[in-house]
Design a binder for this molecule. Sequence first.
Ligand SMILES: Cc1cc2nc3c(=O)[nH]c(=O)nc-3n(C[C@H](O)[C@H](O)[C@H](O)COP(=O)(O)O)c2cc1C
Length: 144
Amino acid sequence: MPKVVVVYLSTSGNTKAMADAIVEGAISRNVDAISMNFHEAKIEDLKSADAIAVGSSTFHYKILPPMEKFIESLSKLNAKDKVGAAFGSYGWSGEAPGLIAEKMRAIGMKVIDPVLRVQYAPAEKDLEECKRLGKDLANKLKKA
Ligand SMILES: Cc1cc2nc3c(=O)[nH]c(=O)nc-3n(C[C@H](O)[C@H](O)[C@H](O)COP(=O)(O)O)c2cc1C
């Protein structure tokens, strides 16, 4: 079964709620999907993933450095064979998802365009969009 791994950095749960909805959407399309905090993400989980979605909220117009390092570490995998997606909650400028997508593309991943951004806590309609992204990822894997 194709596998989607969703990795997030979330300080107050907003981006985590998006991650969980992405997983829900993917599972509804019959692929294996799991979300995890980036601190807990193990290389084995990522190696076996066909798609990796990375989410982070925006801090001081950027991604926090530990998350930046995590994304760069994806280059150790055969990242070229994997589908990517970037997402995140933000307050007013929301640079993080775009920066994540840029880094993923730099290591050769095929990243779904556009990135998914939600201002502060996701509302029901935002969670529906997150589920949609999970479904899109699953559908891409089935076609591949
Ligand atoms: C110290 C601090 C700095 C922030 N800087 C930005 C910023 O530069 N741009 C932005 O859009 N949001 C900024 N935010 C807002 C967060 O991105 C926003 O609250 C987000 O919903 C947090 O999501 P999370 O719970 O997933 O971490 C900042 C928040 C804090 C606490």
